[in-house]
Design a protein around this ligand. Structure first.
Ligand code: ATP
Ligand code: MG
Length: 332
């Protein structure tokens, strides 16, 4: 069975719909056919400033949401990144074969450091893609289910794997990005030129899984739409309406074509009202299940201990091979 690995950051009190449609939805389906490793990447979540208590809470909420979406710890290995020290260890080794210029070309750093400027951003934010490469390569993953925004980081991961294999002998599997066609990039409701993002979208641009449902419905109804009044799928000229159609189609299982036909002659208001209902129906059971998982922290901890052990069994083998291949003498 192919091995898959992916991660999500505990950088908010809730995942947003883009996280689900771009990534986690595929995580759920892939656990049937793959040997799956999924993690909450808390090491990545401290790269842009954070509060310790908030991080702890968000890590738990993230895990509970993954379980609510259908990640099944008996079929997948679900764990927290910081429980597996090999991530940081391999990250260091990979950072030593990454060019400074190569790292400087990563657009996520440019985007995420734009507000405060590179000068004031952490070195951790800069080296984030190298740690991410370590996350993936440690598990010898064949496929990495992610959204479109992670394509460049996957390319870097492949480059580093290839370079390491070339320099020190075959050590790593080359992973492929697995990016869903229709929902690779869900857009911000208020700014449909930008991706929906936990850390940079405005509250009204984000559709959060865990927020008050009436509030979500309101956000959908006040989403930015485009000039004209026809409901057409045209991501270039009508990014706002097209984004709503993408979401509607993904949540309802109806094709975009079918929706466009059904809404011919109707207005943006009709589309938004119906989509709000579809969204509320979708999140209602997820919210309830998430709360149930959060109500039983002992069970969550037990599951995490099992996940960490399973993950470490694989990660420690890869790291041992890496240390040997680069020439570190083993501790006796
Ligand atoms: P942050 O703003 O803190 O980086 P994020 O919203 O980008 O948060 P991540 O935890 O970085 O979320 O990413 C988790 C997964 O969700 C990744 O696979 C990423 O590609 C995917 N993803 C994030 N935003 C979107 C989006 N708008 N559309 C589709 N997929 C997305
Ligand atoms: Mg992100």
């Amino acid at each position: 069975r192919p091995r898959v690995l992916s991660g999500i950051q505990p950088t908010a009190d809730s995942f947003h719909l883009g996280n689900y449609l771009g990534a986690v939805r595929n995580w759920v389906t892939m656990q049937d056919t793959c040997d799956a490793y999924y993690m909450v990447v808390d090491l990545h979540a401290i790269t842009a400033g954070h509060d310790a208590k908030v991080l702890r809470d968000r890590t738990r909420v993230s895990l509970a949401q993954l379980l609510a979406f259908g990640i099944d710890p008996t079929r997948s290995t679900l764990f927290i990144q910081s429980h597996v020290p090999e991530h940081a260890q391999l990250g260091w080794v990979l950072s030593c074969i990454t060019g400074f210029g190569e790292a400087s070309r990563m657009t996520q750093f440019k985007d995420k450091s734009a507000k405060q400027g590179a000068e004031r951003s952490s070195v951790g934010l800069f080296t984030y893609p190298i740690l991410q490469a370590a996350d993936i390569l440690l598990y010898q993953a064949d496929a990495v289910p992610v959204g479109e925004d992670q394509r460049q980081h996957l390319e870097l991961t492949r480059d580093l794997a290839q370079r390491f294999n070339h320099l020190f002998g075959k050590t790593f599997t080359l992973p492929e990005a697995y990016i869903p066609k229709a929902t690779a990039k869900i857009l911000d409701l208020q700014d449909p030129t930008a991706k929906m993002s936990k850390s940079s979208s405005s509250p009204t641009g984000l559709l959060e899984i865990m927020e008050d449902k009436a509030r979500s419905a309101k956000k959908i109804k006040s989403a930015v739409t485009d000039t004209g009044r026809e409901i057409l799928f045209d991501p270039e000229d009508k990014p706002g309406v097209s984004n709503l159609l993408t979401i509607y189609s993904a949540l309802s299982g109806r094709t975009i074509e079918d929706l466009v036909t059904a809404y011919a002659g109707k207005g943006y208001g009709d589309l938004k009202k119906d989509l709000a209902e579809v969204f509320v129906d979708f999140v209602t059971p997820i919210q309830a299940a998430t709360r149930e998982y959060l109500d039983d922290p002992a069970q969550l901890d037990k599951m995490l201990a099992i996940g960490a052990e399973k993950a470490r069994a694989v990660a420690s083998q890869t790291l041992a091979a890496v240390y040997d291949h680069v020439g570190f003498i083993p501790a006796k």
